[in-house]
Design a protein around this ligand. Sequence first.
Ligand code: HEM
Length: 273
Amino acid sequence: MGFSIHIIRKAIFTARKYQDYLTDERIQQWKDGVKTKQDDLLDVFINLKNHRLNIYEIKSQILDLIVATFDNVSNNIEWAMPEMINEPKILHKAIHELDNVVGKERLVQESDLQNLNYIKACVKEAFRLHPVAPFNLPHVTTADSNVAGYFIPKGSHVIVSRFGLGRNPRVWDDALTFNPGHHMNNDKEVVLTDNNLHTFLFSTGRRGCPGMLLGSTITTMLLARLVQGFAWELPSNEQHDVDLKENLHDLAKARPLSVIAKPRLPLHLYNTS
Ligand code: HEM
């Protein structure tokens, strides 16, 4: 227990080191009158009138948002990549899509995402099969309700299993296999933000994830850049496949992903400065 608290403290310290001073700088800019127009959420936090936040609360809010952003995204990619590397047909299909839509003379951009259905399906499939944090945040029902024939009285604590939904064999064919085809529907655009409750990427309703659009865009961009930009190989001391064991605490990958990346685009496209 003491050990894990130590790890968490260290991680929070590291995250804060990169962002707290930026919050201090911004607060000073408002105080000095250098900044007068609200451009982002940090400006909004600083200028709240009715629910005024002190500096510690502002920094904690920012930390929450930063953690939500890098944690969900990096965990997803750490699952999508090994699943794709282990299934070369899937990886080749994703590369083929990127080469067709974007080519090899420029880096993939956000404006390309609407045409990258297969890449989005890979991201979605990694979320379906590997929801890091197996349960949704707890919610309390505000009224009596019926769900699938079950009576749920007002005031119940409801904890939805993202893991159970994603691996439900009554909904998904071959539920335990990583297959982006699960999300491809002829020419219909694949979106990560739908909420038909077959998967529960961002939850739903008023307390659903407010960072849905940002989160799905960053995740898809990251996978697209990694697949477009590099050829991926296992280190020579590894077996044939990347090990897909889950950490039983939170379903993250038990061992960090370790693979070799080799550039596959013209070298001037890589910012090495
Ligand atoms: C791929 C990335 C992300 C995924 C999969 C994800 C998923 C989720 C889920 C499942 C919830 C729980 C919703 C519920 O309780 O019903 C949630 C809540 C939340 N997320 Fe995200 N999220 C992502 C990215 C982000 C980003 C980028 C931000 C902000 C910059 C963010 C901010 C939040 C906040 C503030 C809540 C709490 C909402 C509330 O309790 O009202 N998330 N997210």
